[in-house]
Design a protein around this ligand. Structure first.
Ligand code: PMP
Length: 459
């Protein structure tokens, strides 16, 4: 059936065009097409400079759990802004300590102390310092298809290739190996089936660690649920087996929950859903409620050992642990705990999955729908039988969704969806209907004449 497209161009976009031209003059930017210039937001809605409305299914940059401009966060921000924003980092603030205390008290024993950071990349850099310091070893092992950030050392842990690494040459951290196979059951890297496979991908990974490292492994890094590499939820038992693998090599287990925590996947801290705890947990994105604050969290023992041997911990930089960021982040965490948003995420997730699975039944190009809570991936394929990765169709769908007022993400052939936990079932329905329409438009060949869907270094 032909579906009539409603091109954005029908709505006046004079202001957007002028802003985009000005941006091209002055900013080295990284964009998806169609380009949008946002100017305001409320809850799960955003508006661009020309007044067009978008339903936000990416929650800022995967970093808002309570939606945009949540009134209690606005109040916390305003109150702190009138007291203290920033300070000399050789000292601290009451707001910074209040947040550190709430954050670590909300975690199980063994995750007792933290080093604040401004970004997720920095949190993983600090995790490397901690692991080197605590173990006296150098090799860092990570999961193939994983992403841990963009500063050079963590870029070396990242094995999502493509434009973001092209031309950079060898990364600065030579002692690293992307040696753990991804727990990607829909596309099993060794062509087996769970559960009869007994998670054999980690047996192969064990051998790969043996062959590609010195055998002196400081840490194994993994995302608890892999995000940029395709929204891959590990099967039951994978995390426990990964931890055993880390122990076998005398390595620390670092779980990167920059994308998935807190509360988003149905537990306050995502690892709690999988029954295993990391030695070091890294946080960023949503932890700050939209502010730039993350952390590397570990046990007192690991922190003390790392401190004794040097390796530059504790680490600080200009914007680490700002009072303004900490006040907002603390208020957000308080609300998430107070109103049990993890449970809400789990409940909404079940509803959303049902709706998305109905889409999967309707369209042969929807190969797999997976995720936890409000953290969901939709894999776009040539057809269900051959499972060919249909990257171009994914981009068309993403583009059409935006033209029809739904903001979703996507990389490779996987659409990425992470609504705020404040969203309602009616708003989820609205998004699914737009997504359905976007798929049908894409199958009809829309958008016509668009050759490039992204610019910049990200896949
Ligand atoms: N870890 C993961 C899992 C991420 O997805 C990202 C960013 N997308 C990072 C680390 C890096 O975070 P940041 O962009 O804040 O440096």
């Amino acid at each position: 059936m032909q579906v009539a497209a409603i091109p954005l161009a029908k709505v006046k976009d004079a202001l957007s065009q002028r802003y985009r031209a000005r941006e091209d003059e002055h900013v080295l930017a990284w964009h998806h097409q169609p380009r949008i210039v946002f100017s305001r937001a409320r809850g799960v809605r955003l508006w661009d400079v020309d007044g067009r409305e978008y339903l936000d299914f990416v929650s800022g940059h995967i970093n808002l759990l309570l939606g945009h401009n949540h009134p209690e966060l606005v109040q916390a921000l305003a109150e702190q802004a009138s007291k203290l924003w920033t300070h000399y980092k050789y000292y601290t603030t009451d707001a910074t300590i209040d947040f550190a205390e709430l954050l670590t008290e909300s975690m199980p024993d063994g995750l007792d102390v933290l080093n604040f950071t401004t970004t997720g990349s920095e949190a993983n850099e600090i995790a490397m310092r901690l692991a080197r310091g605590a173990t006296g070893r150098f090799d860092m092992v990570s999961v193939i298809q994983g992403l841990h950030g963009g500063t050079f050392a963590v870029e070396s842990l990242t094995s999502i290739g493509g434009p973001r690494k092209r031309g950079l040459g060898p990364m600065l951290m030579p002692a690293r190996a992307n040696a753990v196979l991804a727990p990607h059951c829909y596309r099993c890297p060794i062509n087996l089936k769970f559960p009869s496979c007994n998670i054999a991908c980690l047996d192969v990974s064990d051998e790969m660690i043996e062959r590609t490292t010195t055998g002196e492994v400081a840490a194994i890094f993994a995302e608890t649920i892999m995000g940029s590499g395709g929204m891959v939820v590990p099967p039951e038992g994978w995390l426990a087996k990964l931890k055993r693998l880390a122990r076998k090599w005398g390595a620390l287990l670092v779980l990167d929950e920059v994308q998935v925590s807190p509360a988003k996947t149905g537990a306050l801290w995502c690892f709690q859903q999988f029954g295993e705890q990391p030695d070091i947990l890294t946080l960023g994105k949503g932890t700050g409620g939209g502010m730039s604050i993350g952390a590397a969290v570990t046990s007192r023992e690991i922190a003390e050992r790392a401190k004794e041997t040097g390796c530059g911990v504790p680490w600080g930089s200009t914007f680490v642990g700002e009072a303004l960021d900490a006040a907002v982040a603390r208020k957000q965490l308080e609300i998430l705990i107070r109103d049990n948003y993890a449970q809400r995420a789990a409940r909404l997730g079940q509803y959303f999955m049902q709706r998305l699975n109905a889409l999967k039944d309707r369209h042969d190009v929807v190969g797999d729908v997976r995720g936890r809570g409000m953290y969901v991936g939709v894999e776009i394929v040539t057809d269900k039988l051959t499972k060919g990765k249909n990257n171009r169709l994914m981009q068309r769908i993403r583009y059409n969704a935006i033209e029809n007022g739904l903001l979703i993400g996507g990389s490779g052939n996987v659409l990425k969806i992470f609504p705020a936990l404040t969203i309602t079932e009616a708003e989820l329905d609205e998004g699914v209907e737009i997504l359905d329409r976007a798929i049908r438009l894409a199958l009809d060949g829309h958008p016509l004449g668009v050759e490039r869907f992204s610019e910049g270094s990200h896949p």
